[in-house]
Write a protein that binds this ligand. Structure first.
Ligand code: EPU
Length: 337
């Protein structure tokens, strides 16, 4: 058995029956059927509430290569175990645009694709060309079914495909998310008048450092819930009660898929769960060894020695509180085991 505490950013203790670190692809074929296994990158988006009675594979696959380069674009293949932030910094050092808003997000390149990570108007699904998996068959961007913090790897292919590498298309000309700095006031204040990928990444780094905890000193998995979608009517009613309640247009955030419930994006908006929780007194609230960060109510932290179950109970109370007050069901953003 292996203690998984060093392998999750909540630093929660849980024991894996079997555990291996995978550093080269050839060892993967020896592992056989992975159906009951758990693949871990940095463990930055997971909460263990119990032991894992099967095999945990810690992904250490490394490597980056430029596949193709033109005057405008560059195609890069990156191994799934590469650290996400290091990849972002390498890209901006090369003046390639497309990932600069995603600086400082903890995790690996594979995890970024699974969770379709996003921040400040960029999401990783927008610049992924292809995701390669262990069965040799790559998935095209379309086949990955990216939507808000979601992909096929969280659904049909959960525990069925091992992502080996991700192919990104980055831009040599600035490709900043269209209106990200009009919607995110705070990002604009940190930017020079002619932003570059480097200065955007620096601005994002400053904001994230000021607003979010560093998991290395204060164990956390970032936002515990997704931001919910509500009808415009519901939003308007809430906005009367809750000062400065922002909303984000939904049409830019989701890509309706066959089989999805019919969803009239024109009538829906996305609202910040953090604002709702803050309004209900959750920011900086502590129960036992679990708390929310004092600068962000959506971010749950382990104050030291909390069990996964204690964190889970805390998260359930947050959810109940929002449900009671606003009739909104918050959906977990983290994977709960
Ligand atoms: N707010 C409060 N009080 C709080 C927290 C937030 O009033 O305690 C307000 C803010 O003032 C702002 C609004 O809520 O008006 C939104 O807050 P923020 O800009 O921090 O963004 P968010 O919607 O809470 C999302 C992502 C983050 C991402 C940021 C920046 C989700 C679930 N979270 O947070 O991603 O970094 O936008 O783009 O979509 C993550 O997924 O783990 C994550 C950290």
């Amino acid at each position: 058995v292996t203690n998984l505490a060093p392998y999750n950013t909540f630093k929660v203790e849980a024991f894996a029956r079997d555990f291996i670190e995978l550093s080269d692809l050839s060892s993967l074929s020896n592992l056989g059927n992975l159906e009951n296994s758990l693949i871990l990158g940095l463990g930055a988006n997971i909460l263990f509430t119990k032991n894992f009675e099967s095999l945990v594979i810690k992904n250490n696959l490394k490597g980056k290569k430029v596949l193709k380069e033109t005057d405008e674009e560059v195609l890069i293949e990156v191994a799934s175990g590469e650290n996400w932030h290091e990849f972002v910094m390498w890209s901006v050092e090369n003046s390639w645009s497309g990932v600069e808003n995603l600086a400082l997000i903890p995790g690996t390149v594979g995890g970024a694709a699974v969770g379709n990570i996003g921040a400040y108007g960029q999401t990783v699904g927008e610049i992924i060309e292809k995701v390669k998996t262990d069965n040799g068959l790559g998935l095209t961007n379309q086949e990955c079914q990216f939507s808000y913090r979601d992909s096929i790897f969280k659904r049909q292919l959960k525990n069925k495909a091992f992502i080996t590498s991700v192919v990104f298309k980055l831009y040599k000309t600035a490709h900043f998310a269209a209106d990200y700095y009009s919607r995110y006031e705070s990002l604009r204040t940190y930017l020079p008048s002619h932003p570059t990928p480097q200065t955007v990444a620096e601005a994002v780094t400053k904001i994230r450092t000021a607003k979010l905890p560093d998991w290395k000193t204060l164990p956390t998995a970032g936002s515990v819930f997704k931001n919910p979608f509500v009808t415009k009517k519901h939003y308007e009613a809430l906005a009367k009660e809750i000062k400065d309640l922002q909303m984000y247009p939904v049409d830019k955030m989701i890509y309706p898929r066959p089989g999805d419930p019919v969803f009239n994006t024109a009538e829906m908006v996305k609202i910040p769960a953090g604002r709702l929780l803050d309004e209900l007194g959750w920011r900086g609230k502590r129960i036992g060894r679990v708390a929310t960060y004092d600068k962000h109510a959506l971010v749950v932290v382990n104050c030291g020695g909390a069990s996964g179950q204690e964190i889970f109970d805390f998260v359930q109370q947050m959810r109940l509180s929002v449900k009671k007050a606003y009739a909104i069901n918050l959906e977990p953003e983290i994977e709960i085991i």
